[in-house]
Design a protein around this ligand. Structure first.
Ligand code: 5GP
Ligand code: ZN
Length: 115
């Protein structure tokens, strides 16, 4: 738990969010400013600032986050049509909340390359 970290506060329940899934390691909730019909944020309870700060010891956690994204996509009914899983790392890539997270986006067409 990092003081003054928005996503640590959401994980702890100190700031409300529409949580759609949680377990001992991770929390998944609706993005407050959705960029697609489905826009979920997948976070670890553990505070990790960016993808640059992911270490060997976080291997299982990172795998669990990705597997959960895959399972949720199926549950949301977007797995077949396609969806996007995004991690923005640092400001140059658009990261604004410095607690590592996956964006799970679905329900529309996504162009390539991303902006
Ligand atoms: P980033 O830009 O860091 O990759 O993604 C941060 C995401 O968190 C953004 O999509 C933003 O809309 C979302 N976000 C920021 N503040 C809040 C909040 O208080 N509640 C929720 N549910 N999402 C938030
Ligand atoms: Zn945090």
């Amino acid at each position: 738990m990092m003081k003054d970290c928005l996503f640590c506060k959401i994980a702890k329940g100190d700031i409300p969010a529409n949580i759609i899934h949680e377990d001992e390691q991770i929390v998944v909730f609706d993005d407050i400013n959705p960029q697609a019909q489905h826009h979920k944020i997948i976070i670890p309870r553990k505070h990790i600032s960016t993808l640059n700060d992911l270490h060997e010891e976080d291997k299982l956690l990172a795998g669990h986050m990705m597997l959960t994204a895959s399972q949720l996509a199926k549950k949301l009914g977007i797995a077949e049509e396609g969806y996007r899983l995004v991690v923005n790392c640092n400001a140059g890539a658009g990261q604004t909340v410095f607690h590592i997270h996956f964006h799970l986006l679905g329900g529309r067409h996504f162009s390539w390359p991303p902006g």
